[in-house]
Ligand binder design. Sequence first.
Ligand code: CTP
Length: 405
Amino acid sequence: MNPSPSHILSGKHVALCVCGGISAYKAAELLRLLKKAGAAVSVAMTPGAQRFITPLTFEALSGRPVYSEIFEGEGTGRMEHIRSAEQADLLIVAPATANTLARMAQGLADDPVCILYSAYCGPVMVAPAMNDNMWRHPALQDNLKTLRSRGVAVVEPDTGELACGSVGPGRLPEPEVLLQAISERLLRKADFAGKRVLVTAGPTCEPLDPVRYITNRSSGKMGYAIAQNAAERGAEVTLVSGPTHLPAPQGVRLLSCMRVAEMRDLVMRNLPDADVLVMTAAVGDFAPEIIEKEKIKKQGEAPLVLNLAPTPDILKEVSALAERPLLVGFAAESENLLQAAQEKFERKRLDLMVANDISAPGIGFQSDDNQVTLISRDREPVELPRMSKLEIAGRILDRVLELSA
Ligand code: CTP
């Protein structure tokens, strides 16, 4: 049985961001429930929210100053209060209007809620509430997709009678439901505490000469999502990455490399400290036998012949060790997905294999979404629906926890 909200929330600090909607009054009740469960609550409000409910209400309920003006000066103690909200264990925007969600997705920072969200580095939840047509609008759905791809958890609105008179999705869930969602998010946050996770990501690059190299297609997004999710859940994360355009996720130790041999050395060096190794990297299978010191020149019409030697198989090497961490491999296949992935799962003696079909349209390499099947020894392959790479990362790490229990 899950622990009660007061078990989880006691001593925690929640940043509650309120936007201008009819359901803003429910945020006051949510604040009351959070306080009752033992949490400290800092409130930020958009100007719109203040037309529905006054900062004074939240100030009285939270016992703290409310962040309601962006140009509040030093000396009032308020700047300090805003800094402290940035250190909260979780930030929730409830109700989240279509306008604020758009501005969060765009990175605007011109009201207290958007400023706090931009400066905040911990787990973020949004609870949208609006008219049902606004909820269905492609622009709103695109903004939610962007936010989800950055790790923001969306609490789905309830369906029912809306303030505008129509019936459909768009109601802010009841404060008790929001309290439960916050508790679950905070609980999930800690389930990798004390675990050390080593992740590889991105492509490897094998130079031919000073200007050319052989590489594999890989954006690195899947590996960075795993590193981010593990760090959010309290793990100590080391990310060994080939060249990508991605920033290191918050709280993750990033070690950069180019060649397979460098990636192998970094993995081996960090392995003794790892409980889990997740190999998402698209490791090159071949490297030029010779790296030319000078740029290779064209020889008229003559073809260039390269001798490529196999690279070390990092996963296979690790799986042969007497003391090995839990091993997760990835198989990107263009045909016979399950059969090929199953074969690699056995050959590399893995604990978990994540298989994805790279021939499927709209997913894979550069995409924010993917569709994968999880293969492990203890159960039939589990085919997950298409979802964001961050959500997939969450599912993979859920399985890792089950397998290491
Ligand atoms: N891998 C590895 N070292 C290599 C190649 C791959 O550790 N030299 C890892 C990858 O990171 C991935 C898994 O092994 O987690 C499967 O990679 P894949 O390239 O699909 O497997 P290969 O054994 O290289 O098989 P293929 O012949 O299909 O390339």
